[in-house]
Design a binder for this molecule. Structure first.
Ligand code: DC
Length: 220
């Protein structure tokens, strides 16, 4: 019974700023926020920890059907373990785009995502929120930015956190991830037909949030 619950679907490629934008929009509206990428990362971390081969679609599917992550006060727990930081590790990011191609994994995470739609509303970010998970969302936004701009944003984030970063490697990695996310047979990264495209290459966060909120005012 999610149809009567307002949902804003925000999709786009890696490092397009979806997470930040979606969280800000949710905060402004008092809505829940779903980071669907986190679910794919959790499923992947779970598989890595259990020693499951990433080519074994059946084992990945069965393991994902059993996960019951808990989101509490900004932290994510899996089987009692705080995995908030672990799911963002580079090793997990790279493995996740492989795990996310498995149809059984996507099906297993589908219900968890649907369950996130609760009143007063939900802002959901990912790759297939508008096309597959919430096709009836009254507002669908597809955020883009060039791979170079996205790599530069990530580069700055890493430097700010005191981590090492290589701009050329980050750009190549994003391009490879885009390719994998867009080419997969199940739920590829693409805008829904009725999505509003927004190229954020030249925009700041506040400007993008304002734009999405103004579209929401028009849509509801
Ligand atoms: O948004 P993110 O970087 O946390 O996503 C991690 C991976 O999960 C990325 O490879 C794309 C995949 N993903 C997906 O296939 N479908 C979603 N709805 C969200 C993420």
């Amino acid at each position: 019974m999610t149809d009567s619950i307002p949902v804003i679907a925000i999709d786009g490629p890696a490092a397009s700023g979806k997470g930040t934008i979606a969280a800000r929009v949710a905060e402004a509206l008092g809505f829940y926020y779903l980071d669907s990428g986190a679910l794919y990362r959790i499923a992947t971390l779970n598989a890595l920890q259990k020693g499951i081969c990433l080519d074994d679609a059946e084992a990945l599917t069965v393991a994902t059907q059993k996960i019951a992550p808990i989101f509490k006060e900004g932290r994510i727990f899996l089987e009692g373990q705080d995995v908030t930081t672990a799911i963002r590790a580079e090793e997990v990011s790279a493995a996740t785009s492989r795990v996310a191609v498995v149809p059984g994994v996507r099906a297993a995470l589908f219900e968890l995502q649907k369950d996130a739609a609760q009143l007063p509303g939900l802002v959901a970010d990912g790759r297939d929120m508008g096309t597959v998970v919430f096709p009836d969302a009254p507002l669908k936004v597809f955020l883009t930015a060039t791979a170079r701009v996205r790599a530069e944003r990530r580069y700055r984030q890493l430097l700010e956190r005191g981590e090492e970063a290589d701009l050329a490697a980050l750009t190549a990695d994003l391009e490879e991830r885009d390719r994998r996310d867009s080419k997969r047979a199940t739920a590829p990264l693409k805008p829904a037909e009725d999505a509003r495209d927004l190229d954020t290459s030249e925009m700041g966060i506040e400007e993008v949030v304002k734009k999405v909120l103004s579209w929401w005012d028009e849509a509801r």
